[in-house]
Design a protein around this ligand. Structure first.
Ligand SMILES: Cc1ncc(COP(=O)(O)O)c(C=O)c1O
Length: 364
C-alpha cells in the first residue's frame, strides 16, 4: 500500500528507522536509561547545530508551542517589555502568550507575507529602554516567509537586548547561524525539519543567559525554563516525559547528524525548487515574493473557482495531504510544505496529480 505523503508543515513523514524506535522497551523515566536517553538527545541537538560550546538544550514534553511558551514565560524580567515582530499567525501567538502572562509588549507589525522594516525595529529599540527581549519567528509558517533573523539579531545585539527566536518550523530547514544572529533563546520541535515524531520540543538556550533567567520569577510551574534546565543538567526531569517520543527523537537526531544540517537544508531547498518550478508551469500564483521564500513551504493562491476543501479532498484521495491557509487566508490560499522524509519521485507524483486535479476543476 502506498503511504500518505504529508505536505503539511509537520507532523512530517518519518523514516521507518524513526518509527521503529517507538517500539523500544518500556522504560521508567526515573531510571538511568532514560537519563542517558535525555542526555543523548540534548547533546545531539547542540552538536547538530554546531553550538555545543555556547548553548544547552532544554527538553519539554509537548508540541512546539510548549517550548515556545517555556521560552516566552521565562525570559522577561519584572517590569520590562517584550518587543514582538509580527507578520503572521505565529508572531501573533508570541504576543498572545506574552499577554496571557501579563507582560508589557510592544509590537512591530508588517503585512502577512512581507518582512519587517528594520528601521522600525531600530527606532523601537532606540526609543524604549524598557525593551529587554526581542522575539521573532524565523520561518513564518503562515505564509512561507523567512524573516531576516540575522539582520534583526544584529540590531538586537547593537542595543544590548536579548533575542528570542521561534524556529519551530525553521531549524534544520533554513539556515540559522546562532552566533551571527546573536540568538539567546530558540524554540524548536521534534516533528518538523528534525524529522522526529510529535510530543517533544525544546529550547536552545545560550549558557550566558542562565544567570539572568535564574533571577526571573517563576510564572509557570511546568514551563519554567531555568528549573527544567537545572533538573536536566542533573540527568533528571521535573515531570513525566513522553518517553517513546524521546526514543524517536534520538533516532531522528542520529539521522540528522548523519545527513548533517547543511545537507538537509540543501535537500529541502532542492525539493522546494522542483515544486516551485512545477507550480509556476501550472500558472499558480505565489503569495510571497521570491526573495523571502523559505526552503520548506510554499503558499499559493487558490485558482479561480477552486475551493480548498475540493482540492484537499481530491489530493487526499490520491495519497497527498495539503494544508489550508490560516485565519484571513483560509479561503484564498493553500500551502504545500516539503519537510520530512519525502522522495523526489513522490514530489513528482504530487506535481502530476495536482496538475490533473486543477485541470479537472478549472473551467477551460
Ligand atoms: C513557526 C511556528 N511556531 C510555532 C508553531 C506551533 O507548533 P505546534 O503546533 O507544534 O505547537 C508552529 C506550528 O506549525 C510554527 O510553524
Amino acid at each position: 500500500m502506498k503511504r500518505t505523503v504529508l505536505l503539511n508543515p509537520g507532523p512530517v513523514n518519518v523514516t521507518e528507522r524513526v518509527r521503529q524506535a517507538l517500539l523500544k522497551p518500556d522504560l521508567c523515566h526515573r531510571e538511568k536509561e532514560f537519563s542517558d536517553l535525555m542526555q543523548s538527545i540534548r547533546s545531539k541537538l547542540v552538536h547538530a547545530f554546531g553550538i555545543q560550546n555556547e548553548f544547552d538544550a532544554v527538553l519539554t514534553t509537548g508540541s512546539g508551542t510548549a517550548a515556545l511558551e517555556m521560552a516566552v514565560c521565562s525570559c522577561l524580567s519584572e517590569g520590562q517589555t517584550l518587543l514582538v515582530i509580527r507578520n503572521g499567525v505565529y508572531g501573533d501567538r508570541i504576543a498572545a502568550m506574552a499577554e496571557a502572562y501579563g507582560f508589557n509588549i510592544q509590537c512591530i507589525d508588517s503585512p502577512w507575507g512581507e518582512p519587517p522594516v528594520l528601521a522600525d525595529i531600530e527606532q523601537a529599540l532606540k526609543q524604549n529602554p524598557k525593551i529587554e527581549v526581542v522575539a521573532v519567528v524565523h520561518h513564518e509558517t503562515t505564509t512561507g516567509l523567512l524573516n531576516p533573523v540575522h539582520e534583526i539579531g544584529q540590531l538586537v545585539r547593537k542595543y544590548n537586548k536579548r533575542f528570542l527566536v521561534d524556529s519551530v518550523s525553521g531549524l534544520a530547514g533554513d539556515e540559522l547561524d546562532f552566533n551571527r544572529a546573536g540568538v539567546d533563546l530558540c524554540a524548536g520541535t521534534a516533528n518538523k525539519c528534525i524529522q522526529g515524531l510529535p510530543g517533544v520540543s525544546f529550547v536552545l538556550v545560550r549558557q550566558t543567559e542562565l544567570t539572568r533567567l535564574e533571577k526571573i520569577p517563576e510564572r509557570s510551574h511546568y514551563f519554567n525554563l531555568h528549573k527544567n534546565h537545572q533538573a536536566q543538567e542533573k540527568g533528571d526531569t521535573l515531570f513525566t516525559p513522553a518517553v517513546q517520543t524521546h526514543y524517536a527523537l534520538d533516532t531522528a537526531l542520529d539521522e540528522l547528524l548523519e545527513e548533517t544540517v547543511n545537507s538537509r537544508i540543501k535537500r529541502y531547498s532542492q525539493a522546494a525548487a522542483m515544486l516551485r518550478q512545477g507550480f509556476q508551469e501550472m500558472g499558480l500564483e505565489f503569495i510571497v515574493s521570491k526573495e523571502y521564500w523559505s526552503n520548506t513551504l510554499t503558499a499559493l493562491k487558490l485558482p479561480e473557482g477552486v475551493t480548498y476543501t475540493a482540492l484537499h479532498d481530491r489530493l487526499k484521495d490520491k495519497g497527498f495531504v495539503i494544508y489550508a491557509g490560516q485565519k484571513k487566508l483560509s479561503e484564498s490560499i493553500f500551502r504545500i510544505a516539503n519537510m520530512g522524509d519525502i522522495t523526489t519521485e513522490e514530489f513528482q507524483r504530487l506535481l502530476d496529480t495536482l496538475k490533473n486535479c486543477l485541470s479537472a476543476s478549472t473551467p477551460s
